[in-house]
Design a protein around this ligand. Structure first.
Ligand code: NAD
Ligand code: DAU
Length: 354
């Protein structure tokens, strides 16, 4: 079996659900269930005997050692992280604790486990670390897309903490020979995306009749990838990636934020028109920019295509339509996540913006 951390979050949950759609192999899921972790995402697996969920912290070495000793996974896929840039600006501490210190403890625990393996089990073991394109910093309009050899220039506490974790992973390979793989991916979107991030926030706010807060001029560019394509890329890297290597994963889909918001509004106008006959675009509100806001990200995903034969299956047009439809069909899920901590966060993030 494999051990998947952060499996109750957005990408981790999609990964585990897709895994069982493709594999017979079991999964041990480890997740701390922070505000972003939602067991409802894994509800369809509750009667699956091959799925074991454990609530816990990647930094808890006693717990992770016990799980490794008990289940003897052939691989660990690490999604667990604090993932929201705006939260990292308001409070970086949790990002350092989980993304840096937590990853360090996880690496130490896995190193001890891997050191005790023998023969084929030791040779074939893999630790796959899921990271982000944000570690490469911000691109100018004419710059080439990020390749795996771009230097690291993280600009937010979030991206700095992910960069630190990537460096630790790299060092554990070079120093101890730990068989690691690192993926650096662009912005994901799709089902189960927590509505603090751009696309789900716009869908949810639009339907609730609330403003659609666009930071600054809305011309920042991101490279969007449908989450299930990210999951297939990770499965491919896990199967065939060369240890110690980094693979950039992207959708070849550069879009300005304002264009994304217009697309979401256009789809909602078609699928769930406003009762007053007006467009959801009327709800767009330009607000104060994010401090240190990176202008442009773009991923050069040629290495993973050349070496491993992976490329995205979904176009932005098909992926965003499926995503908007998913949110329309899953209003109960939305209602359930919009409680407690999340409501307080909306006040913290948006109250001070003009
Ligand atoms: P998310 O915030 O939706 O989920 C993170 C999950 O990790 C949550 O379930 C949370 O409970 C869990 N977690 C947090 N701290 C933990 C800890 N100490 N121990 C165990 N579990 C813990 O994030 P996501 O968007 O699913 O991102 C998953 C990974 O992919 C992250 O490492 C992120 O940096 C990376 N990534 C995300 C994107 C994106 O667009 N969302 C793009 C590239 C890379
Ligand atoms: O690039 C990969 C990264 O993508 C991941 O590593 C992060 O975990 C993930 O959160 C995401 O980071 P971003 O900062 O790009 O995503 P977010 O959805 O927060 O914002 C996308 C863009 O939209 C960004 O330019 C900021 C802008 N934005 C965001 C919000 C929440 C707005 O204009 N208004 C908003 O209310």
């Amino acid at each position: 079996m494999i051990l998947v951390t952060g499996s109750a979050g957005f990408i981790g949950a999609n990964f585990v659900l897709d895994w069982f759609a493709q594999h017979d192999e079991g999964v041990v899921s480890l997740d701390k269930l922070t505000y972003a972790g939602n067991l409802e995402n894994l509800a369809s697996l509750k009667d699956n005997p091959r799925h074991i969920f454990v609530q816990g912290d990647i930094g808890d070495q006693a717990l992770v050692s016990r799980l490794l000793a008990e289940h003897r996974p052939r691989a660990v896929v690490n999604f667990a992280a604090e993932s929201h840039v705006d939260r990292s600006i308001h409070g970086p501490e949790d990002f350092i604790q989980t993304n840096v210190v937590g990853t360090f403890h996880l690496l130490e625990t896995i190193r001890a486990y891997w050191g005790g393996l023998e023969g084929e089990a030791k040779v074939s073991f893999r630790f796959l670390h899921v990271s982000t394109d944000e570690v490469y910093g911000s691109l100018g309009a004419q710059d080439p897309a990020f390749s795996e050899t771009n230097r690291y220039e993280p600009n937010s506490p979030y991206s700095a903490s992910k960069a630190a974790s990537d460096h630790l992973v790299r060092a554990y390979h070079h120093t101890y020979g730990l068989p690691v793989l690192t993926t650096n991916c662009s912005n994901n979107y799709g089902p189960y995306h927590f509505p603090e991030k751009l696309i789900p926030l716009m869908i949810v706010n639009a339907l609730a009749g609330k403003p659609l807060p666009v930071y600054g001029d809305g011309q920042q560019i991101r490279d969007w990838l449908y989450v299930k394509d990210h999951c297939s890329a990770i499965r491919r890297v896990l199967e065939s990636g060369r240890t110690g290597e980094v693979y950039n994963v992207g959708g070849w889909n550069e879009k300005a934020n304002l264009d994304i918001v217009h697309t979401v509004c256009g789809l909602l106008d078609e699928l769930r028109p406003r009762t007053d006959g007006k467009s959801y675009r009327e709800q767009i509100a330009f607000v104060t920019d994010r401090p240190g806001h990176d202008r442009r990200y773009a991923i050069d995903a040629r290495k993973i295509e050349r070496e491993l034969g992976w490329k995205p299956a979904e176009t932005f047009e098909t992926g965003i339509r499926k995503t908007v439809q998913w949110y329309l069909d899953n209003q109960d899920w939305v209602g359930n996540v919009q409680s407690g901590n999340y409501r307080q966060w909306l006040e913290t993030n948006y109250a001070g913006r003009a």
